[in-house]
Design a protein around this ligand. Structure first.
Ligand code: AMP
Ligand code: GLY
Length: 423
């Protein structure tokens, strides 16, 4: 079977490694992939958002099944284009990917169907937004409507910050056209949980829960990043919380999308905050999370390709989906200076015996050498019987990987461990 994976980060590397466990996956092509993924699949230099070229490639190369992983191509309709060319896909079509593509859409959906989320107002008029700020409680959260590389959210501590946020998004177009419309919402507090789920639009199967570490600095300080590490499972996500989420959030969201004529098939990611008044949705993503995937898939005991095909075929309920009850920790190694300014082109040394635990993101191959080529360079994941051991092992593995200016947080999983101790 010839498989195509669209994307080129650590998440896609994790997907490729898992797909390869199925013997049927004889050839895997990744567009564009990266220097590390190239050890596991055939990478072809076609951009992940170049839908026309992707479709052309898929037809020419007689692809049997495609997995579209990143948000951009999903929101732009990559699955629609591939399906129109007769290629079965994993991933939502454009009309369903809007659940991530437009925050205004997502918020209005939740309001209409009674799905718990932060109270909010939407604005397309800057004057009205600024007027609203004058009486809004602070801190307040200002979000650009569209995709903004995960950076379109500003938490404003004061009214002045909130005003500045509105102006920077709506007037100065800090996030481009994403800021034509904004959401201003209530500031929520509580532990955050990521729950990725498989859904074929009929049933929804949550994967093992996880916890991201979004800030660059230890103790959750400094700028937001694409994610500096993850652990799974997330100890705050108890069985009771899981039950509540299924009843009040997961199933209602699937039903709401069906009712809107936007059936979602693929991986639906629920970004949740566990507040004092119950779990609430912070965001939906129409795809696997990064770096959540790098801890979730190593714990998946069932065959990923079988699950994905069942999602496509609409018979997910007939598939056995099992996760190990062990724990996983992924430490992201970044280039010094990320997420602001950093150098590229540093040689990366990964001991060959740990390569199966390494998910490469920002790297390229040049004359057989692996060189850094992005901010988040790679992630390394350890799985163990308990979280403490998984964390220890992940850091031991990280110590054996070298490149000039490698930076990683030393406290990935610390908050989760503390929560386990206090249980
Ligand atoms: P998002 O891009 O929507 O995931 O937002 C990025 C991060 O901002 C989230 O992971 C939260 O930590 C934070 N955030 C977003 N919305 C809220 C909110 N309403 N209250 C508190 N924090 C929020
Ligand atoms: N880790 C957050 C995301 O994938 O959006």
């Amino acid at each position: 079977m010839r498989i195509l994976v669209v994307g080129g980060g650590g998440r896609e590397h994790a997907i490729v490694k898992k797909l390869k466990e199925n013997k049927e996956a004889s050839e895997i092509f990744v567009l564009p992939g990266n220097g590390g993924i190239a050890d596991d699949a055939i990478c072809v230099d076609i951009g992940a958002s170049d839908i026309e070229k992707i479709t052309e490639f898929a037809i020419q190369n007689k692809i049997d099944y495609a997995v579209v992983a990143p948000d951009d191509p999903l929101v732009l309709g990559c699955v629609d284009a591939l399906e129109a060319a007769g290629i079965p896909c994993f991933g939502p079509c454009k009309s369903a990917a809007i659940i991530e593509g437009s925050k205004v859409f997502a918020k209005n959906l939740m309001k209409k169907y009674g799905i718990p989320t932060a109270a909010y107002e939407t604005f397309s008029d800057i004057k009205k937004a600024l007027e609203y700020i004058e009486n809004a409680p602070v801190p307040t959260v200002v979000k650009a409507d569209g995709l903004a590389l995960g950076k379109g959210v500003i938490i404003a501590e004061t009214r002045e910050d909130a005003r500045a946020a509105v102006i920077s998004i709506m007037k100065d177009k800090k996030f481009g056209e994403s800021g034509n419309e904004i959401v201003i919402e209530e500031f929520l507090q509580g532990p955050e949980v990521s729950v990725l789920s498989f859904t074929d639009g009929k049933s929804v199967v949550p994967m093992v829960s996880s916890m991201d570490h979004k800030r660059i600095g230890e103790g959750d300080t400094g700028l937001n990043t694409g994610g500096m590490g993850t652990v799974a499972p997330n100890p705050f996500y108890t069985e009771q919380v899981a039950k509540e989420c299924m009843e009040k959030i997961f199933l209602p969201t699937i039903k709401a999308m069906n009712a809107e004529g936007r059936t979602f098939k693929g991986c639906l990611y629920f970004g949740l905050m566990l507040t004092k008044t119950g779990p609430k949705v912070i965001e939906y993503n129409c795809r696997f999370g990064d770096p959540e995937t790098q801890v979730v898939l190593p714990l998946l005991e069932s065959d990923l390709l079988t699950i994905m095909k069942a999602v496509t075929d609409g018979n997910l309920e007939n598939v056995d989906i099992r996760f190990s009850d062990r724990s996983a920790c992924c430490v992201i190694m970044a280039a010094d200076g990320y997420p602001v300014k950093y150098e590229k082109g540093k040689e990366i040394f990964i001991p060959s015996e740990i390569k199966d635990k390494v998910y490469v993101a920002g790297a390229k191959k040049e004359n057989g050498r692996l060189l850094t080529n992005g901010g988040r360079v790679l992630g390394v994941t350890a799985v163990a019987d308990d979280l403490r051991t998984a964390i220890e092992h992940a850091y031991k593995l990280a110590e054996t990987i070298n490149f000039d200016g490698a930076y990683y947080r030393r406290d990935i999983g610390k908050k989760a461990l503390k929560a386990i101790m206090e249980k």
